[in-house]
Design a protein around this ligand. Structure first.
Ligand code: ATP
Ligand code: MG
Length: 345
């Protein structure tokens, strides 16, 4: 069975073609993977401009699909399903993706599989190799698990009995962790997207500055990063007034990352104290951060921890094509898959 998956929820246009063996052994092969980022378009605005994101998707989707067809020589008649990420995401960007896929599916008379973007981030941990044209098995996960999604738009803690049965424990009440890292980076004068640039700068510094670990003493599993960002802004302004900003930038970046990341660790620890689980799953763009990966591995060294491959942590078409397979098999309705829907089909 071949599935073509499309990702257009935010500022990455992704298309991937994956083949699954029909023998229930859960073997699959990535046949193609096309990804185009819009960083250059948005960076001059300091963040994502939804209408520009939509325009870029509209421009990029046919180009990427054409490249994919040329590379694989696939005839779209031979694709069994067209999957797309229906949300959550930026509404204008979602519309472009959906309309493109609906038109294609109509033309080839194929079924569409709508995929929840957040669940696709979680399912991505099941992929162990990002190599084209090799058969691989779906990774086995030890459940129950505590899941943490840390991305540009979300910070969500989930209890998974399995990937079919789960409960949201808590989420951010304001900024998402990725958004907060991007804003902290901007305060330091780094370009969008700031998360990776902050990571690089933080490596050259030390955690010399004190910053709060928000909500860690509360008996719930929610997060809040807006106050941390404000505290950081005030700190940076104070250092600037002292004319020490340039020399302190790396230490400031390091201190911010440490405060934000320790907050995540403390909340996951609280969830582990409450629920008896066999493993921890951490997914989403922010887990591209190698410092954070090391912190998780060090702090929870007695627990099994699953991360996605670094390059599958941020948005891409592989995650969507891959996750969609499980929704065909289980015949789940999109509404039942929502963790935190903003837009549904
Ligand atoms: N190395 C890194 N360190 C820290 N943050 C990073 C790193 N790489 C990417 N990020 C952050 O990850 C976020 C993007 O992740 P992702 O693509 O999963 O988010 P999104 O799709 O925009 O949001 P969502 O999945 O919630 O809809 C950005 O905020 C970015 O700064
Ligand atoms: Mg995402």
């Amino acid at each position: 069975m071949k599935i073509l998956g499309f990702e257009t929820t935010c500022d990455e246009t992704g298309i991937s073609l994956i083949e699954f063996k029909e023998n229930k052994k859960l073997e699959f092969k990535i046949l193609a993977h096309k990804l185009r980022t819009q960083v250059e378009v948005h960076s001059k605005y300091g963040g994502i401009v939804p209408i520009l994101a939509a325009r870029e998707h509209k421009k990029n989707l046919p180009i990427l699909l054409d490249n994919l067809i040329k590379e694989t020589k696939i005839n779209l008649k031979d694709v069994d399903y067209f999957a797309f990420s229906y949300g959550p995401g930026l509404p204008p960007a979602l519309v472009e993706g959906k309309e493109f896929v609906v038109r294609l599916a109509k033309r080839y008379d194929k079924k569409i599989i709508p995929v929840n973007h957040l669940l696709a981030h979680f399912y991505s941990i099941l992929i162990s190799k990002n190599k084209l044209n090799i058969w691989q098995k779906v990774r086995k996960i030890e459940f129950p698990a505590i899941g943490l999604l840390i991305s540009g738009g979300h910070t969500i803690l989930v209890h998974f009995e399995s990937f079919e049965k789960f409960k949201k424990l808590g989420e951010t009440l304001d900024d998402a962790i990725g958004e907060s890292l991007d804003k902290a980076a901007r305060i330091l004068g780094l370009e969008y997207p700031g998360g990776p640039k902050l990571e690089k700068l933080a490596k050259k510094g030390k955690p010399l500055f004190n910053l709060p670990r928000p909500m860690v003493n509360q008996a719930n599993f929610n997060f809040s990063f807006a106050g941390l960002k404000t505290a950081f802004w005030e700190l940076v302004e104070e250092v600037r007034r002292l004319n020490k900003l340039e020399e302190a930038k790396a230490d400031l970046a390091n201190s911010y990352q440490k405060a934000a990341f320790e907050t995540l660790i403390i909340k996951v620890k609280k969830a582990l104290d409450r629920y008896s689980v066999k493993s921890i799953i951490v997914t989403g763009g922010v887990i591209s951060n190698l410092t954070l990966r090391k912190m998780f591995l060090k702090f929870f060294k007695n627990k099994k921890i699953y991360f996605p491959l670094k390059e599958l942590s941020t948005d891409n078409g592989i995650n969507i094509a891959f996750a969609s397979y499980f929704f065909i098999e289980k015949a789940l309705e999109p509404e039942k898959l929502d963790i935190n829907p903003i837009t549904t089909i």
